[in-house]
Design a protein around this ligand. Structure first.
Ligand code: HEC
Length: 285
């Protein structure tokens, strides 16, 4: 494919290095992306738990006004796409979007199905199962967290309302946060990694090519020019002086060509004398 030695020595390694660097960068990016997503989900689950805890007292007191206030305030926080509390029948009791209140959500909806997949609903779920990612009706990427609100002795012993002690889950808090900050950070990371990738490529391919050229390609070129010159009959040409295989090769080629020249001369001389001897008698006769 490549005629010159230089192209053969540089192009395939450069392509291989490029491939490796790109594959490694893509792997690294996807690992970092997963880590960051998990980290974001962990943070948001903590946030959801904090909200559940902060509503606890209002719930115990059956103070719906304060609860509504808390959810409204949470909903006004930048980056919060929705915040709502379901009762155990799946009816939205409180929501930062007032138009959603009293709507009934199917228990097969995303966020509910994690507990309601089997015939008997689960009472707890893993941290990562609490999260779901989707695109909301405004076209925004959202990470939503469902946090169960558990029944506690204070709840079923409270004078005000009637949660039977056997009921494990009183309801759920559902909070959705915009993925925008995460996507922004990931975008910055992507650009930086692209620049880094290009830098590594330029430096390695450039550096390796320069070293290869200096240490391998130039000596070989000199050797080849030397041999071509000798072949043309330029015996005055000096052998390239390298203390390596190229030098050895040049040296032995020079010696070989010198021997050949000597042999040729000796042969010529022998021929000449032979011709002389052969001629003399005939000239005499
Ligand atoms: C943490 C897990 C969990 C999540 C999340 C959850 N539920 Fe439940 N749900 C339960 C449990 C446990 C019960 C049984 C309640 C009890 O202890 O009596 C239940 C009961 C119910 C019931 C009444 C019993 C039935 O099976 O018909 C409905 C309706 C319901 N959930 C709807 C929902 C909806 C809608 C959502 C999503 C907004 C949801 N649930 C989210 C665990 C969950």
């Amino acid at each position: 494919m490549f005629r010159s030695f230089a192209a053969k020595a540089i192009v395939p390694p450069a392509i291989a290095v490029t491939g490796f660097v790109i594959v490694c960068c893509i792997l690294l990016y996807s690992v970092i992306k997963t880590d960051m997503l998990n980290d974001t989900i962990r943070h948001e689950t903590n946030l959801a738990d904090t909200i559940v805890k902060s509503t606890r007292y209002a719930m115990l007191k059956d103070d719906r006004e304060t609860l509504r206030n808390i959810i409204d305030n949470v909903g006004q926080q930048q980056g919060v796409e929705h915040a709502r509390i379901f009762n155990k029948r799946g009816i939205i009791m409180f929501s930062a979007h007032p138009e959603d209140v009293n709507k009934l959500v199917d228990k097969n909806a995303a966020g509910c199905i994690a507990c309601h997949a089997g015939p008997v609903p689960l009472t707890s779920m893993g941290r990562m199962e609490q999260a779901r990612r989707y695109i909301n009706e405004k076209g925004k990427n959202v990470i939503a967290i469902t946090a169960p609100i558990y029944n506690e002795p204070e709840c079923f012993n409270a004078a005000c309302h009637v949660h039977p002690p056997g009921q494990k889950v009183l309801g759920t808090l559902d909070i959705g946060l915009s993925e925008e900050p995460l996507q922004k950070t990931l975008g910055i990371l992507r650009n930086r990694m692209l620049i880094f990738c290009l830098m590594v490529l330029l430096l390695t391919v450039g550096g390796v090519s320069a070293l290869l050229r200096r240490n391998v390609l130039m000596p070989i070129k000199e050797l080849s020019e030397f041999i071509l010159a000798i072949n043309r009959g330029d015996h005055e040409r000096k052998a390239p002086a390298y203390r390596d295989e190229v030098g050895d090769l040049a040296q032995s080629f020079q010696e070989m060509s010198q021997k050949l020249t000597k042999t040729e001369e000796a042969l010529k001389e022998a021929n000449a004398t032979k011709a002389g001897k052969g001629n003399t008698p005939s000239a005499n006769s």
